[in-house]
Design a binder for this molecule. Structure first.
Ligand code: FES
Ligand code: FES
Length: 155
């Protein structure tokens, strides 16, 4: 089945079984391996991408649902060689431990700040709570989201 969509701002076309999860098309067919596989059951948040502007888990979304969609992965959020403020904040706050969950965390945080540029502590906790980190980096994630908010509002 031929499916056309936009990936990281570029027209993209794949010819795959329509029931293939979007995650595997992104990683295996297209080679964007920044998005990770964790649970495969839409429970952990590792595979979070942006789908038509919303943070979305890609592990259970069939590629046939992506016809005409605008999809952004972790590889697509830096612009003109400049890191996204969330990526910058993640580095400055030294968030990652093993790093496995972090692409999903960053994509969820970017989407939160796109919708709400000055989230409260409670709003950050609510937005991020579905993204599991086995290394327990939750305090640094919260600090980094607040720092990213400052960076974005001072730009
Ligand atoms: S791999 Fe998709 S939510 Fe866990
Ligand atoms: S940094 Fe290791 S799972 Fe989150």
């Amino acid at each position: 089945m031929k499916i056309d969509f936009e990936l990281n701002g570029k027209p993209t076309s794949v010819d795959v079984d329509g029931t293939t999860p979007l995650l595997w098309v992104i990683r295996d067919t297209l080679g964007f391996t920044g998005t990770k596989f964790g649970c495969g059951m839409a429970q952990c948040g590792c595979c979070t991408i942006h789908f038509n502007g919303m943070a979305t888990r890609s592990c259970m979304l069939p590629i046939q649902a992506a016809k005409g969609a605008k999809i952004t992965t972790i590889e697509g959020i830096a612009k003109d060689g400049k890191l996204h403020p969330v990526q910058q904040a993640w580095i400055e706050k030294d968030v990652a431990q093993c790093g496995y969950c972090q692409a999903g965390q960053v994509m969820t945080a970017v989407n939160l700040l796109e919708r709400n540029s000055k989230p409260t502590d409670e709003e950050i906790e609510r937005a991020m709570e579905g993204n599991i980190c086995r290394c327990g980096t939750y305090h640094r994630i919260k600090d980094a989201v607040k720092h990213a908010s400052e960076l974005m509002n001072n730009q």
